[in-house]
Design a protein around this ligand. Structure first.
Ligand SMILES: C[S@@+](CC[C@H](N)C(=O)[O-])C[C@H]1O[C@@H](n2cnc3c(N)ncnc32)[C@H](O)[C@@H]1O
Length: 306
């Protein structure tokens, strides 16, 4: 249970024609050197980063926008975001028409993501029940009644979207997208955290700045590998900014990350790099895939550099 909440500010962003408002911690307004959440039962150093917007988050949003066409559009795709934090990237993907399951540690889901979802969604929770609306045309002749049932294209599209939504998802934006949130802790098995939403049924996996502590690298990669082996052979896009130095015992380096990906049987490519427009630091976006699974479309983009 949280003891006191730190001050926060709103970050506005427009995605898919929809304005989203995200709350992030306001570090400048904090006058105490001690994190106000430090004495919470659920406090962890890793989780404490979930209430800020990170450079990689901006990079991922920009990447998605610039490559929507190559990615084959986000509309009606099931997306799982790992380590969603404030929900910025996940909600942007939903505003572009995707059905997004935003995940993080339980404390971040309860105290940040759930509120971000409520603040940026419209209407009631979508249902996964496949409902097919039919139009009935009745033709009357002298002796018989001929009834023709026509399923309209619009109704079929709506039914597809409804079927693709994650259980309990709420509509986001004007492009038919939706989002919901659920705890997914990389240090636990995915199968024990698969209810009501099963993250292994994703079409696309997203992650931004999720691996900065050495101790998180192996559990994070292991979670990615489990999701990559899902039935839809998802593509995985991870925005990354290196924070570790070679001699650091705490912070992960690019070398640590890439070595672990290789050790766990993944292949990767840098598909974009540079400084995101709303950021200040050099980031990269990697596409990651398992050698047996299909490789995502090759895209390469250089953002502006310093
Ligand atoms: C540096 S923040 C990045 C947040 C967001 N993706 C962004 O770019 O703004 C790292 C995120 O990973 C989450 N995280 C840390 N350890 C985790 C774990 N074991 N399982 C799931 N999420 C974790 C944190 O709670 C936090 O939201």
């Amino acid at each position: 249970m949280a003891t006191s909440r730190p001050p926060s500010v709103t970050v506005d962003v427009v995605a898919g024609g929809t304005k989203l408002s995200i709350r992030r911690r306001d570090l400048e307004a904090e006058d105490s050197p001690i994190d106000p959440c430090f004495f919470d039962d659920s406090y962890t150093v890793a989780g404490s980063t979930g209430f800020l917007v990170w450079e990689g988050g901006w990079m991922l949003i920009e990447f998605l926008e610039k490559h929507l066409a190559t990615l084959g559009t986000l509309t009606n795709r099931r997306v799982v975001e790992l380590g969603s934090g404030t929900g910025l990237a996940g909600l942007c993907a939903a505003a572009h028409g995707a059905h997004v399951l935003m995940t993080d540690l339980p404390s971040v889901v309860d105290e940040g993501l759930a509120q971000a979802l409520l603040a940026n969604s419209s209407g009631t929770a979508a249902t996964t029940t496949t409902t097919t609306t039919t139009t009935t045309t009745t033709t009357t002749t002298n002796t018989a009644t001929d009834t023709t049932t026509t399923t309209t294209a619009a109704a079929a599209a709506a039914a597809t979207a409804t079927a693709t939504c994650w259980p309990g998802a709420r509509p986001v934006g004007s492009k038919g997208g939706s989002a919901c949130c659920q705890a997914l802790d990389w240090t636990k098995s995915v199968s024990e955290q698969s209810f009501p939403c099963d993250p292994t049924s994703a079409d696309i996996i997203l992650a931004a700045e999720t691996v900065w502590l050495k101790e998180l690298v192996a559990p994070f990669v292991s979670t990615v590998v489990t999701l990559l082996q899902g039935p839809n052979h998802p593509a995985c896009y991870m925005a990354y900014h290196e924070r570790g130095k070679a001699d650091s015992a705490t912070f992960a380096t690019t070398e640590d990350l890439l070595a672990e990906l290789t050790r766990q049987g993944c292949t990767f490519n840098v598909v974009a790099e540079g400084i995101p427009t709303r950021g200040t630091i050099q980031c990269a976006v990697y596409s990651i895939y398992c050698t047996e699974a299909s490789q995502p479309a090759v895209i390469s983009h250089q953002y502006h550099t310093q």
